[in-house]
Write a protein that binds this ligand. Structure first.
Ligand code: RFL
Ligand code: PHB
Length: 394
């Protein structure tokens, strides 16, 4: 098998890249180890930055998003029993975000790819990327489970969009690589519940008992998170216990009330910051979670993945049109500038809102002082609003 761009992984990065290349008249093959239903139902991100929304629209993948997605003009910060709303358009010259789940973005892109695009092969696992340093990189893969036969995809370029646990990153020699990493001593217990969201915007709450987040999937489905100790097993939390704890952490001095409903899903996500440098080796390019991870507090992971593949598609199109590989050569540097801004923002949001288990009273007071500062200074609040609504692409 042979193609121009071999894409490993059909998460948001791989699927959007296939679409952007198709629109530019460049052929690709996408290899995805899981089946279609799994990829379409994996619960993850919920917030699209303005720039991501614009890219999906321009790619012809924004129709359903514009119909059922929810435009949000702000978030609420909750701390010390108080509420403070951050007004995005007022602080950023009109920018906002969209609540539209990653599951839905993936469903839309998969439908388009199967209808109009090149091959998208599910249950096809990449085993290794080979000869990345040459102009004929290859992906060795296997279809149909461990019993399937091994095959080879010959490419001009390979883009590793296979997430944090993928194989592409391993093809970059260790001696050329630098990894920057931080783990956190807590995770998020996330639930999906059949109950209308108790607030019309997201609520980020800092409480002495831990962080809590109120988000949503639609007008009738809530998505909520609780900070829990690292390594917590979701099944040890009973449904009533979860609602009781959420209620405590969202408590205010006014009459705001958290509505409860049947919990349909629960799971725990670990928290990590991670950057792999460089993001390119020869003709292998890494995109999305394959190259970097942010803790979810800043809602940046999916948006970064989109930025990476937009940068790659532009660079390859430029190379096709002008013969110049300048933009491809600059891929890693271009992406990493934005990646590090998102790392910084996600780290700031995480340390602002999560009390660490062994925090001193001094550190707890500083957290409150930082929140006070955002609530009382337009400059501090603008910094948050700019970071949340997103950094420019490319
Ligand atoms: P993905 O989505 O992990 O997709 C990688 C794909 O590659 C496949 N794969 C392979 N395929 C073939 N061969 C192999 N050897 C393979 N190995 C792996 C996998 O099956 C998978 O289909 O990476 P991608 O495309 O880079 O997308 C990244 C995003 O998924 C991720 O950054 C976000 O979900 C992060 N994130 C959030 N991002 C946001 O922008 N806004 C949010 O509000 C937000 N909230 C979140 C989040 C992530 C969370 N979790 C669970 C980590 C909330 C949570 C709880
Ligand atoms: C979500 O809706 O899943 C979500 C929203 C905002 C975040 C993280 C996750 O910061």
């Amino acid at each position: 098998m042979r193609t121009t761009v071999g894409i490993v992984g059909a998460g948001p990065a791989g699927l959007l890249l296939a679409r952007l290349l198709h629109n530019a008249g460049i052929d690709s093959v996408v290899l995805e180890s899981r089946d279609r239903a799994y990829v379409e139902h994996r619960q993850r991100a919920g917030i699209l930055e303005q720039g991501t929304v614009d890219v999906l629209r321009a790619a012809g993948a924004g129709e359903r998003m514009d119909r059922v997605g929810l435009r949000h003009d702000g978030i609420e910060l909750r701390f010390a029993r108080r509420r403070h709303r951050v007004d995005f358009p007022a602080l950023t010259g009109g920018r906002s975000v969209m609540v539209y789940a990653q599951t839905e973005v993936c469903k839309d892109l998969i439908a388009l790819q199967l209808e109009e695009g090149g091959p998208l092969l599910f249950e096809t696992e990449a085993l290794a990327v080979e000869d990345a340093g040459t102009d004929r990189p290859r992906v060795r893969f296997r279809r149909g489970g461990p019993e399937g036969v091994e095959e080879v995809l010959e490419c001009e370029y390979v883009v590793g969009c296979d997430g944090f646990w993928g194989v592409s990153r391993k093809a970059i020699p260790a001696e050329l690589t630098r990894v920057f990493e931080r783990t956190y001593p807590f995770g998020w217990l996330g639930i999906l519940a059949d109950v209308p969201p108790s607030h019309d915007e997201l609520v980020y709450a800092r409480h002495d008992r831990g962080f809590a987040l109120l988000s949503m999937r639609s007008q009738s489905v809530s998505r909520l998170y609780l900070q829990v100790p690292e390594g917590t097993d979701a099944e040890t939390w009973g449904d009533d216990e979860i609602w009781d704890e959420l209620e405590r952490r969202f408590e205010t001095d006014d009459d705001w009330k958290l509505e409860r409903g049947p919990i349909t899903q629960k799971s725990v996500t670990p928290m990590r910051s991670y950057v792999h440098e460089p993001m390119r080796h020869g003709r292998l390019f890494l995109a999305g979670d394959a190259a970097h991870i942010v803790p979810p507090t800043g809602a940046k992971g999916l948006n970064l993945a989109v930025g990476d593949v937009v940068t790659f598609a532009r660079a390859l199109t430029h190379q096709r049109q002008t013969g110049s590989s300048d933009l491809l050569d600059g891929y890693s540097e271009t992406c990493l500038r934005r990646v590090w801004q998102a790392e910084r923002f996600s780290y700031d949001m995480t340390t602002l809102l999560h009390p660490v288990p062994d925090a001193t009273p001094f550190e707890a007071r500083l957290q409150l002082a930082r929140l006070e500062r955002i609530a009382s200074s337009r400059a501090a609040e603008t910094d948050l609003a700019e970071g949340y609504t997103g950094f420019p692409f490319g």
